[in-house]
Design a protein. Structure first.
Length: 245
């Protein structure tokens, strides 16, 4: 971020929320590498506005802002740096909607630099043409980890046993050994356990390392969504669209 003598600031970031407050005006919220930034944008909801395109959801844009003495910011000019086109690919479009909702509902709090890295990695992976559902799965797992909601994937969450891991349950804290699996419902095949471990271990720089099958991704994504709803009463409405992709 750079500040000029004319009180103009330039920021680069992902648009995560547009909140209309007048007929054509809006407050725009952007996730940058330095945290969350909000600014007003006059006339930006008009499709004829020169800044209309730069404030579309999850577009990565450069914004030139005028900053008042009180600290309020207003948009002078926006320029698109990167975006993912999902119009011709329903699965990618569904993934964009899911990632946007996840970001909006889990971006508050701290660790913004880590969350920015997760989102940046996800969007670049989508832009590369990599499997959208795998990206959604890893992004979701990463956000849960950052928020402290991630499971124990190193040992049995009940007793600490590192061997004979046969199941997984968020409600029990993560991996479960043969002795502490309460129900056959929570028993997982070896491949399922490896996918869970991978999703919660991989960093944003490795989104495109391995692609998994749709049913495998959706199974873990649904479990994570149930876990999030149980903990925070947060329901992910875009999960239905993702399931139909």
């Amino acid at each position: 971020m750079a500040t000029s003598k004319t009180n103009i600031q330039t920021i680069d970031g992902y648009v995560i929320r547009i909140s209309p407050y007048k007929e054509n005006d809006a407050m725009v919220t952007v996730l940058t590498a330095d945290g969350i930034r909000s600014f007003s944008a006059r006339g930006v909801l008009k499709q004829t506005s020169k800044n209309y395109a730069s404030v579309q959801p999850l577009y990565y844009s450069r914004f030139s802002l005028s900053v008042s003495a009180s600290g309020g910011s207003s948009l002078k000019e926006g320029m698109i740096l990167q975006y993912v086109d999902g119009k011709s690919d329903f699965e990618r479009l569904a993934a964009i909607s899911f990632i946007l909702e996840l970001t909006q509902k889990m971006i508050e709090g701290e660790e913004h630099k880590t969350k920015y890295a997760l989102l940046d990695g996800a969007m670049k992976a989508l832009n590369s043409g990599f499997d959208p559902l795998t990206i959604c799965m890893i992004y979701f797992a990463g956000l849960l980890n950052v928020e402290g909601y991630g499971p124990n994937i190193d040992e049995c969450a009940v007793c600490g046993e590192k061997h004979n891991i046969v199941g997984f349950a968020f409600k029990d804290g993560g991996f479960l050994c043969q002795q502490h699996i309460e129900s056959e419902y929570y028993r997982k095949a070896s491949r399922e356990l490896k996918i869970i471990r991978y999703a919660f271990m991989v960093g944003p720089e490795n989104y495109t390392r391995i692609a998994f099958e749709k049913k495998e991704c959706l199974s873990l994504i649904r479990d994570m969504a149930d876990h999030l709803e149980t903990l925070t009463n947060t329901k992910l409405n875009s999960l239905l669209l993702l399931s139909k992709a």
